[in-house]
Design a protein around this ligand. Structure first.
Ligand code: PLP
Length: 398
């Protein structure tokens, strides 16, 4: 974890994509090398007793920060923008979500959580937070006026926009306005858009969470989580992470930082390729609906248009009713799409899903079987040809 340098980013006026390249870099501090060293460290030595007792020196212990963690967290803070007071690095996206919630809540509090929240985050709320005396109420992600849901002890509102299976886009500024007026903090899982396409802290989010295992890593070889906090929430977040003894290994931090440098370019490709495939699906006779925030058929599309500047490669489709074995035949016939639950890597992925398993305040009745896709960095025409083969296999299985 690290606090952004008080002098602010060295390139204050550049666009967000440029910050992915320039953020956190100080080559002169490392003999001119473009990238900082990967510092494997626990103990820090002092030359004299006097220095030790005064803790003279920039670093005191590996867990408290190294040149590697500072460079990575500094880059992430610059990318988040001027509202960011600090970034915590965690060993996974789920750890980032649960830690952020823990930092904002205590026994006796109530938290409002969007009903389309990532399943394991829901589980954390229902078990660990519940045991700690925090009560969770889930709410319809499409409700913009949360005032009637706020209780006197509601201290936090947790958002995920869009949801990573059903893709409802939430009215974050409207929700944040009510939450703040009642003294609650706003947390948001911003993994889907990242700060490149949704400026969470600027839009009223106090704690912006990303699973770094997705696009930050970008190569399906990393587990990592990050929480960016504004000035109001940074001290408590920093204290909570420190008290829990949480830190990330230097090689993983380095992989995360390496991923950041190409993330804006990769996301631009995921965005365009994903949109092309989503539009192709929208005109297929087998498909009822495409749940891609950039398409009108997606709940909350108007809000996406107002608040977001892009999309990643993750979206879902609703098929016309067909037996489950036909859906399986479609998916099994695909050769360029791996069957896997994660996303954000260079490769295309597909999974069938039923999000009613992870809902309680709303029910998801899309009218047919649902399938989620991650569009990777392959040639998009090859992907479409593969999907055509999949639909042929589905037809043959009917
Ligand atoms: C939206 C979302 N948030 C958080 C996570 C958790 O991230 P991690 O797998 O890094 O713990 C995931 C993982 O799939 C996710 O899809």
């Amino acid at each position: 974890m690290s606090k952004k340098s008080s002098s602010g980013p060295p390139h204050p006026d550049v666009k967000p994509a440029t910050r992915f390249v320039t953020g956190g870099r100080d080559p002169q501090a490392f003999h001119g090398f473009v990238n900082p060293p990967v510092v494997h460290a626990s103990t820090v030595l002092y030359p004299t007793v006097e220095d030790y007792e005064a803790r003279n020196g920039r670093y005191t212990y590996g867990r408290r920060g190294t040149p590697t963690s500072e460079a990575f967290a500094g880059a992430l803070a610059e990318i988040e923008g001027p509202e960011c007071a600090g970034v915590a690095l965690l060993p996974s996206g789920l750890a980032a979500a649960s830690l952020a919630l823990q930092s904002a809540l205590q026994s006796g509090d109530h938290v409002l959580v969007t009903d389309n929240v990532y399943g394991p985050t829901r589980k954390y709320c229902d078990t660990v937070l519940n045991r700690a005396g925090v009560i969770t109420t889930y709410f319809d992600p499409l409700i913009a006026d949360i005032a009637p849901l706020m209780q006197p002890n509601t201290r936090a509102v947790y958002l995920e926009s869009p949801g990573s299976l059903s893709f409802e886009v939430q009215d974050v500024p409207a929700i944040a306005k009510v939450a703040h007026a009642r003294g609650a903090v706003v947390l948001m899982d911003n993994t889907w858009a990242s700060p490149l396409y949704f400026r969470a802290l600027e839009k009223g989010v106090d704690l912006a969470i990303q699973s770094g295992s997705k696009y930050i890593g970008g190569h399906s070889d990393l587990m990592l989580g990050v929480v960016a906090a504004n000035a109001k929430c940074w001290p408590q977040l920093n204290h909570t992470v420190f008290s829990m003894g949480l830190c990330v290994g230097p090689d993983d931090m380095y992989l995360g930082m390496r991923g950041l440098r190409t993330m804006a370019v990769r996301l631009a490709h995921h965005y365009q390729a994903g949109l092309k495939v989503a539009r192709w699906f929208a005109q297929r006779p087998e498909v009822i609906k495409v749940l891609h925030p950039a398409l009108e058929s997606c709940p909350g599309h108007a809000i996406w248009k107002r608040d977001f500047t892009g999309a990643c490669g993750l979206f879902s489709i609703v098929l016309k009713p067909v037996p489950q074995q036909a859906v399986a035949a479609f998916i099994d016939a695909l050769t360029l799409f791996g069957i896997g639950a994660s996303w954000g890597g260079f490769e295309s992925l597909v999974i069938p899903f039923d999000c009613n398993e992870v809902r309680s305040a709303t029910s998801f009745a899309p009218g047919g079987p649902t399938v989620r896709f991650h569009i990777g960095l392959e040639d998009v025409d090859d992907l479409i040809a593969d999907l055509e083969r999949g639909f042929a296999a589905m037809a043959a299985a009917l």
